[in-house]
Design a protein around this ligand. Structure first.
Ligand code: HEC
Length: 159
């Protein structure tokens, strides 16, 4: 006579228990990785953003310098050193004029003068981004800008 199995079936066979243990172990490993990686990312993030900004400034400065040489130096002098128009490479101009003001002056021009509006929206030839490149370029001159008290009159007045 065949023996009938006695007692209930095994509730958690051994292979299932091992498999669960494996999943739990991997879960712990992933959690540990996240716990370690997050602060590292969080600490590095500001540096990454600052680096991106420095890189963008450098690119803007370079295209700004090209744009200035092509469009502005005939009046404002090479590198803004002055000509028939104000000397923009001057401590006095740069330290008293904000980026926003410079952007507006280039965008809309100075009515009643030969400084025309440069923005495409006002009939000029430059995009808003190109104007920001010019602002970045002009701002980059500030640390080495010479003192030119009569900057408004350009180089002409200096004789
Ligand atoms: C045809 C000549 C001419 C050209 C080209 C020219 N400008 Fe001007 N710009 C002037 C004159 C003149 C003024 C002074 C206007 C005034 O205040 O009467 C001026 C003023 C400015 C000012 C304001 C300075 C202040 O008085 O505060 C800025 C900034 C400026 N120009 C930037 C530029 C840039 C950037 C370009 C090239 C995209 C450019 N200009 C091209 C003639 C020119």
């Amino acid at each position: 006579m065949a023996a009938t199995p006695t007692g209930p079936r095994e509730f958690e066979p051994e292979w299932l228990q091992r498999s669960l243990d494996r999943y739990l172990a991997w879960g712990l490993v992933f959690m540990a990785v996240l716990i370690v990686a997050f602060p590292i990312y969080w600490l590095r993030e500001p540096t990454l953003r600052a680096d991106a900004k420095t890189e963008q400034d450098a690119a803007y400065m370079k295209s700004g310098a090209d744009l200035f040489a092509k469009n502005c130096s005939t009046c404002h002098g090479p590198s803004g050193t002055g000509g028939t128009a104000p000397t923009l490479n001057s401590k006095q101009f740069l330290s008293t004029t904000s980026d926003n003001q410079i952007e507006l002056l280039i965008t809309g021009g100075v009515s009643g003068s030969s400084m025309t509006a440069w923005a495409q929206d006002y009939g000029g030839s430059l995009t808003a981004e190109q104007i920001r490149e010019l602002v970045t370029y002009l701002r980059s001159l500030e640390p080495n800008a010479p003192s030119v008290p009569d900057w408004r009159t350009g180089a002409k007045a200096k004789g």
